[in-house]
Design a protein around this ligand. Structure first.
Ligand SMILES: [Zn+2]
Length: 220
């Protein structure tokens, strides 16, 4: 899953106002941010296969450190402790903030579960899970768009804008992400090189997190 993860970021921000939307964008995508560099370093494995699904031309054969349920849970625990004892330690809502940040990280596995072919392990090796929505490009796009729409609506209903920018920016941002996702799925050529794939993925993740951080400042 790509932009669908951000539905959770928007919803969690609506739930716990003490969190940063930018950091929630990082947290919900955290294990993918690690996955691509881990592949480059040879720690995890991705195999390029043309037409593997309608969405991806690669399979993810070995990625227990970032994408096993145990792995994701441990990264989530790390976020909990980092926020509880460091980043949010002076805030009254530090426990709630830490829990929300951990949930954001954990949500990645369950969102991926919808899209992936059965390649998500619990620890490592079999059994592996995945409902395989990536086999249908249109269904994949639609699912992520619908999730993102509901996340945005929840966010808008639970936060208030402090300026004109705050009123419209988040909706435009969601449309922008949908356009990027559409171009990625339907227009742009598929990357057939792990290095370019890594660079484009990381660029998109950090660009979106940066924009999320900016628009979130315009709402309370
Ligand atoms: Zn993932």
């Amino acid at each position: 899953m790509f932009i669908g993860h951000y539905a959770v970021a928007f919803a969690l921000k609506g739930k716990e106002k003490g969190t940063s939307l930018g950091m929630l964008f990082i947290a919900t995508q955290f294990v993918d941010i690690l996955f691509f560099p881990f592949v480059l370093l040879g720690i995890e494995k991705l195999k390029l296969i043309k037409g593997f699904t309608q969405v991806n031309n690669y399979s993810m054969d070995f990625y227990p450190f970032t994408h096993s349920l145990l792995g994701v849970a441990l990264w989530a625990l790390l976020f909990f402790f980092l926020y509880f004892y460091k980043f949010a330690k002076n805030k009254t809502a530090k426990k709630s903030i830490a829990i929300v940040m951990a949930l954001a990280v954990l949500s990645h596995w369950f969102a991926d579960l919808l899209m992936h072919t059965p390649d998500l392990p619990l620890i490592t090796g079999e059994p592996k899970y995945g409902f395989g929505m990536w086999k249908n490009k249109f269904l994949s796009f639609l699912t992520e768009a619908v999730l993102l729409f509901y996340g945005l609506v929840y966010y808008l209903n639970n936060t208030k804008s402090v300026s004109k920018v705050g009123k419209y920016a988040s909706s435009f941002f969601v449309i922008f992400m949908l356009v990027v996702s559409y171009l990625d799925l339907y227009v742009l050529p598929k990357d057939d090189n792990v290095t370019t794939l890594t660079i484009t993925a990381l660029f998109a993740y950090f660009l979106f997190a940066g924009i999320a951080h900016y628009i979130d400042k315009k709402r309370i």
